[in-house]
Ligand binder design. Structure first.
Ligand code: GLU
Length: 438
């Protein structure tokens, strides 16, 4: 049988699938899962894609129309779980790629969550507060019939933070009369989990710390370059500072901020506050600060660092940037975003024996804490933040161990991509095979 759906010329979904399949197929001992049960072939396609029109009124009273999607990729391990991305660049292929990655990531957490992803081609930062609310209500008007705590549980992603999740939750409650855990990443007052906001960024830094430890190095005192200035990047910066590292960069759409003396905790607090209160533009936040240089049009990878944490978006760090980082002596790369390294960049790091923690492992702390939020909601309980953060470190530790175990270490070099793909695949394959051909 040939592939039923047409693949776009440059398909992110194809890029992600090809990359994972290549490592899994060379890993051996998957023959039965592959030949007899065709697990990889099954994983190439999602269970279903729900596509719908989102119609809403802007502040001028004009009708606006967008596309909305929910990719329910695989619920072999648990309810579909993964974020919603509201951004003009979103299309079906992007969500298929993110859904595929999510299946492996969620499997690696060891928690009972399947993989899903959704979103809409609408950029939230271009909307007023009231427009965002109406957009979320319009999205939920269609989506609510497809979700539920044991069916499909979305969370945030680019353009969707606790505020949007609150609006989505309100719309769902209004439409269904149900006040239960249909979404995660909720504001605390709606049953959100203390520590969920920090979880992805903190987890990335914990993963990077363990990668260094594997090389008998420490994070304390290391120079860390971070891209992005959203939720993942800012909390990664916060945790890196707490652990004694020097944070040299953050970035936005217009360029990057170079903190020549290292980012201070006080400035980072101000940036986080501004982001939470909607007034966030990195270049405005750092203007006039001493020791900070905003480089318009530049990339953080121009700055020499020991640890690189790409936390912005897919394919943001290319082969040329990787060569610069390698030349400057980078020791470890941990992906805060999903697949931020291009194939060229990935190959360059592997050839240079620089370990790369792939997003499906390094940024899994966010969705892992979403799974904890689901447990908290199912128990009708409220957990304290420290409990969450302790569990987060435990989960990241076990993902790191699984990656190392399945990577097949050579001369001390750990191929984390391989480790993550093989470990994730084994878990998915076991669950899929155990359920027969369905
Ligand atoms: N969007 C995040 C991710 O890429 C979080 C998903 C979730 O919490 O469900 O993993």
């Amino acid at each position: 049988m040939t592939e039923a759906t047409a693949v776009p010329a440059t398909s992110l979904h194809k890029q992600a699938v090809d990359r994972a399949e290549q490592t899994i197929r060379t890993a051996g001992s998957i023959a039965e899962a592959d030949d007899r049960w065709r697990v990889l072939d099954r994983l190439r396609r999602p269970d279903r894609v729900i596509r719908f029109r989102v119609t809403w009124l802007d502040d001028l009273g004009k009708v606006q129309i967008n596309n909305g999607w929910r990719v329910q990729y695989s619920n072999a391990l648990g309810p579909y779980k993964g974020g919603l991305r509201f951004d003009g660049a979103v299309d079906e292929d992007t969500l298929l790629f993110l859904g595929y990655e999510q299946c492996f990531k969620n499997a690696l957490t060891g928690l009972p969550i399947g993989g899903g992803k959704g979103g809409a081609d609408c950029t939230m930062r271009d909307l007023s507060e009231t427009e965002r609310m109406r957009f979320c209500q319009a999205f939920m008007a269609e989506y609510h019939r497809h979700g539920g705590p044991d069916i499909d549980v979305p969370a945030g992603d680019i353009g969707v933070g606790a505020k949007e999740i609150g609006y989505l939750f309100g719309a769902y409650r209004r439409l269904t009369g149900l006040h239960h855990g249909v979404l995660t990443g909720k504001p605390l007052v709606l049953g959100g989990l203390a520590g969920r906001a920090e979880a992805t960024g903190y987890g990335v830094v914990e993963f990077a710390r363990l990668m260094l430890e594997e090389q008998d190095a420490h994070l304390r005192g290391q120079r860390v370059a971070i891209s992005g200035s959203g939720n993942v990047a800012l909390y990664a910066a916060q945790r890196a500072l707490e652990l004694g590292a020097r944070v040299l960069t953050l970035s936005g759409r217009a360029g990057f901020a170079h903190f020549e003396d290292g980012l201070s905790e006080a400035l980072l607090e101000r940036i986080i506050d501004a982001r939470e209160n909607n007034g966030h533009r990195l270049e405005d936040m750092v203007r006039g600060e001493s020791g900070v240089n905003f480089v318009a049009g530049g990339e953080p990878w121009d700055v020499a660092c020991d640890v690189a944490l790409p936390c912005a978006t897919q394919n943001e760090l290319d082969g040329a940037a990787a060569e610069k980082l390698i030349g400057a002596g980078v020791k470890a790369v941990a992906e805060g975003a999903n697949m931020p390294l291009t194939d060229d960049a990935n190959d360059a790091f592997i050839d240079a024996k620089i370990p790369v923690g792939p997003g499906k492992a390094a940024n899994a702390g966010g969705v892992a804490c979403s799974a904890l939020e689901m447990s908290q909601n199912a128990q009708h309980a409220t957990w304290d933040k420290q409990t969450t953060l302790d569990r987060l470190d435990g989960i990241i530790g076990s993902i790191h161990r699984a990656c190392v175990r399945h990577a097949g270490t050579e001369d001390g070099f750990v191929d984390y991509n391989r480790g993550a793909d093989v470990a994730g695949f084994r878990k998915l394959a076991d669950a899929i095979i155990a359920q027969g051909v369905v």
